[in-house]
Design a protein around this ligand. Sequence first.
Ligand SMILES: CC(C)(COP(=O)(O)OP(=O)(O)OC[C@H]1O[C@@H](n2cnc3c(N)ncnc32)[C@H](O)[C@@H]1OP(=O)(O)O)[C@@H](O)C(=O)NCCC(=O)NCCS
Length: 149
Amino acid sequence: MEDQILKILSEKFSTIHYKSFENEKLSFSSRFIFSLLKNPNISYIYKKNKGFCIFSINKEEAEIITIAVMPKYQNQGIGFLILNQLEEVLSKSNCNKIFLDVASNNIIALHLYKKAGFKKFGTRKNYYTNLKDNKVDAILMEKVVNLKK
Ligand SMILES: CC(C)(COP(=O)(O)OP(=O)(O)OC[C@H]1O[C@@H](n2cnc3c(N)ncnc32)[C@H](O)[C@@H]1OP(=O)(O)O)[C@@H](O)C(=O)NCCC(=O)NCCS
């Protein structure tokens, strides 16, 4: 994709990311997002001006790098829709597992992932830093996909 288009997308994603996380420590700059999108193993799903997900595919494994929905569009099913669309995309690949990590205090994201069928398989102690400089564990989750293949 043309750099100019990727730059515009990166700016949009960075704004959604910043506004949804409300934590500058966790925010992704447009520069960083641009570098992700330039990587041939990385792709994205975008619900225009509402939300997006960036994910990587490495042979048989995919990883959700980030997912975010604009605050005013949250709790309307967009996050769930994006995860469903991700599986649809992966059904056309050889990928059979999706991994992600999520802060242990991110109740909404944990709820969304469990609802979408992700299972916890581990913890990374003190992985994130919150706004008050406290350390928060990362919960590692996975989902088997493409079972019918
Ligand atoms: C996590 C996130 C992507 C979910 O997106 P979303 O579009 O709001 O999610 P959905 O509307 O599909 O909701 C999924 C579930 O979470 C619940 N939920 C969503 N927002 C909620 C809220 N504000 N309060 C309570 N429950 C909420 C929904 O009710 C739904 O559960 P249900 O179907 O059992 O009712 C979004 O909240 C977000 O952008 N958060 C900030 C960024 C973030 O934390 N990303 C994940 C990092 S790992």
